[in-house]
Design a protein around this ligand. Structure first.
Ligand SMILES: Nc1ncnc2c1ncn2[C@@H]1O[C@H](COP(=O)(O)OP(=O)(O)OP(=O)(O)O)[C@@H](O)[C@H]1O
Length: 220
């Protein structure tokens, strides 16, 4: 497994009218191709900031982020971002929610529909293809949101506490599902959570990586 993502001595500070907030300082780690990394830390330790940096939504003040040895923007790699809320649109069917990202990127083709139908079948949503999101269970909604993200063929998948809105029992079931889907689709993924049990129940922990000297978060 090669090193797909390298974070080298990254730091980031927010500037606002109230002053400066140091969110990340001197963070370094790497993620291998096909690896699943879980980052666990308390609220406010900088997890979301880290994902925003990897997604290219903000740029680091110090250090650099390399994908396949290249700068994030010139790497040509796709980053998928799955947020805490599924953000499924109630006025669109499940299928039409899945096509949304492709539509926005002008990539929706006849082939996309074949692919969508296959994924809906594989992941137990085919009978809900024309249903509105409100008729899906919490777990189904998360699966639909993940499929929507995967259809954009991300090279790296970022998951921001994807199970936090679910009750404990559903979370265990859904995390197993999501883990299965990511493995099945051979994705490299980074999950952030404040809840170590979320990382543990997903069975996503492959091995302990290191404790960040910066502050509060553990990287597994
Ligand atoms: N837009 C912003 N402007 C100013 N400070 C911010 C901004 N966003 C985050 N921060 C601060 O940066 C620090 C890191 O925040 P961040 O959201 O990355 O942490 P987090 O670990 O993801 O927390 P949570 O789990 O609560 O989302 C916190 O002190 C937070 O208050």
């Amino acid at each position: 497994m090669g090193k797909l993502l390298k974070i080298n001595n990254v730091g980031y500070t927010y500037h606002s009218l109230d002053g400066e907030t140091l969110a990340l300082k001197d963070i370094s780690f790497h993620v291998n191709d096909g690896e699943f990394l879980a980052i666990v830390g308390p609220s406010g330790c900088g997890k979301s900031t880290l994902l925003s940096l990897i997604a290219g939504l903000i740029t680091p003040d110090t250090g650099d982020i390399l994908i396949d040895g290249k700068d994030l923007k010139s790497s040509g790699k796709n980053i998928g971002y799955m947020l805490q809320k599924d953000h499924l649109l109630e006025w669109r069917s499940t299928q039409k929610n899945l096509t949304l990202g492709l539509e926005i990127q002008n990539k929706l083709t006849d082939n996309s529909y074949i692919c969508i139908n296959e994924m809906l079948s594989t992941y137990g949503l085919i009978t809900f293809r024309d249903s509105k999101p409100s008729s899906l269970s919490g777990g189904m909604r998360q699966r639909a949101a993940l499929i929507r993200t995967l259809l954009l063929e991300p090279d790296i998948l970022l998951l921001d506490e994807p199970f936090s809105a679910l009750d404990y029992q559903t979370r265990i079931e859904v995390s197993d599902d999501i883990w299965g889907i990511i493995r099945n689709e051979h994705k490299t993924a980074i999950l952030i959570t404040h809840d170590i049990s979320e990382a543990m129940t997903t069975k996503m922990l492959q091995f302990f990586r290191h404790f960040s000297p910066f502050s509060d978060f553990f990287i597994y």
